[in-house]
Design a binder for this molecule. Structure first.
Ligand SMILES: Cc1cc2nc3c(=O)[nH]c(=O)nc-3n(C[C@H](O)[C@H](O)[C@H](O)COP(=O)(O)OP(=O)(O)OC[C@H]3O[C@@H](n4cnc5c(N)ncnc54)[C@H](O)[C@@H]3O)c2cc1C
Length: 429
């Protein structure tokens, strides 16, 4: 179906990276744009914490720029932001012993050969059971499952093997890093661009329903506010789409979101008085970057090369779902206990050094309901239907709608936002 012509007036729902990018592009092309954001801030899953809390611009949500990320980097250049590289040494703990991490995958040749031969998609758990069930592959299976759960925040029983193959074999050589001025600076730039181009931004405007009104689109917020436009662009996280009442055709498309995976992450930030881990029983961990373990909170990282005495813990995928009932204080305690176990220190000693702490369970965040998406064997088909204009003047965008290899990232959100605007503008008079 065609996109309706003469669309001039738009409501963009959600002021995360995707929504702001769409709004900026439409406003820049002379369209009238109103942005409705449920929170009292822009950025969504980009969530900078106050500098006073951790001594630097700590990130409660997205932190890294992964690989070449062309849309992100182009925007960074425009906004005059710089990338700081990561560096440092990765360590891992096995059977109580800390050592520099061996990143090589056991049986790698065989694994990638089998991966290349997959013709019909299946979950990565099924793939491992089919080809690598034997005990001698225990370590290989463990390593793959850990990556899928920990990095992709995904359930291995649902994760698409073909999507993982694209991700792993197509990995670009781009440098990984952080935005020196923080991801928040990118959001500030985008929102100032929206304002400069005449877009109106309403914070605290949680959308409840979208209906038709005399051939136009009426968007209603929980507080009763109503906005009427030619078209609406839904740039909210995937789980939130089912919470907004929609027109029947759009509701049918939203039913397909069940075919797109959406995983959870708990991020724990701990600020200490000193970098107590730098000297660990004679081992020099001063340049520690990442630390991988089997503790309850298994993954930790520092801000190296910056020397802030802060450790960030990461619990993702099905493991994060299992702690959904814990309070923030309980999650912080779980993090401290994991560190005590990893470094074989008393919990008290570590706790005495603690200056500030935050634990953010994104699954319990009312306007996110999880961390980010991943591909199941049915995702590409669902995305294609959701992305295709259906003639009802309702568009979907956001990281989960991005069909490229880096689903679940800020890059995916920005690229999706930009593509949505281009689709709309290309159909214009
Ligand atoms: C802990 C964590 C770590 C991450 N780490 C990285 C990383 O290192 N690198 C990376 O590239 N990516 C990372 N990501 C993923 C990245 O943050 C997201 O992919 C990206 O920010 C999503 O942008 P978006 O615009 O699609 O969605 P969002 O940022 O979620 O924006 C959607 C907006 O919609 C609003 N909204 C929701 N419901 C309503 C409603 N009913 N009415 C109005 N507004 C509504 C929300 O408040 C939100 O502001 C991480 C995510 C998390 C949670």
């Amino acid at each position: 179906m065609m996109i309706p012509q003469n669309l001039t007036d738009f409501v963009v729902i959600g002021a995360g990276a995707a929504g702001l990018m769409t709004a900026r592009e439409l406003a820049r092309a002379g369209k009238r744009v109103t942005i409705l954001e449920a929170r009292d801030r822009c950025g969504g899953r980009i969530y900078p914490l106050p500098v006073e809390e951790f001594g630097y611009l700590a990130e409660g949500g997205a932190e890294f720029v992964h690989g070449t990320a062309p849309v992100t980097r182009a925007l960074m250049r425009e906004a005059r932001l710089s990338l700081s590289s990561r560096g440092g040494t990765r360590w891992s703990v096995r059977t109580g012993v800390l050592s520099p991490a061996d990143s090589s995958l056991p049986h790698a040749g065989q694994f990638y050969r089998a991966l290349r031969e997959v013709k019909i998609d299946l979950s990565i758990a099924e793939f491992l059971e089919t080809h690598f069930a034997d005990r001698r592959y225990d370590e290989l299976r463990r390593s793959i499952i850990r990556t899928v759960e920990g990095y992709d925040a995904a359930d291995p029983r649902r994760t698409s093997t073909l999507a993982l193959r694209d991700e792993w074999l197509g990995r670009d050589e781009g440098q990984h890093g952080r935005i020196a001025e923080g991801y928040g600076a990118l959001i500030e730039y985008l929102s100032s661009e929206c304002r400069r181009n005449g877009a109106a931004l309403h914070l605290g405007a949680a959308v409840m329903a979208i209906a038709e009104a005399h051939g136009r689109i009426a968007v209603r917020c929980y507080d009763g506010a109503m906005f009427v436009a030619d078209a609406a662009i839904l740039a909210v996280p995937l789980p939130l789409l089912s919470e907004i009442a929609l027109l029947p055709a759009a509701r049918e498309r939203v039913a397909l979101t069940g075919d797109i995976g959406f995983g959870n992450v708990v991020k724990i930030l701990l600020r200490f008085a000193t970098k107590w881990w730098a000297d660990h029983g004679g081992q020099d961990l001063a340049d520690l970057s990442f630390l991988l373990s089997d503790a309850t909170v298994p993954t930790w990282w520092t801000q190296h090369p910056a020397g802030y005495p802060v450790l960030t813990g990461w619990l993702a995928g099905p493991k994060a779902d299992r702690v959904s009932s814990l309070t923030e204080a309980e999650l912080i305690n779980t993090g401290l206990a994991s560190l005590a176990e990893i470094f074989d220190l008393s919990l008290d000693r570590i706790r005495r050094n603690l200056v500030a702490a935050r634990a953010i369970n994104w699954g319990n965040d009312r306007f996110a309901r999880g961390a980010y998406s991943y591909a199941t064997p049915r995702t590409r088909e669902a995305q294609a239907v959701l992305r295709k204009p259906s003639g009802d003047a309702i568009f979907f965008c956001g990281e989960a709608l991005y069909a490229g290899p880096d689903m679940g990232t800020v890059e995916a959100a920005l690229a999706s936002g930009s593509e949505t605007a281009q689709t709309i503008l290309a159909a214009g008079p």
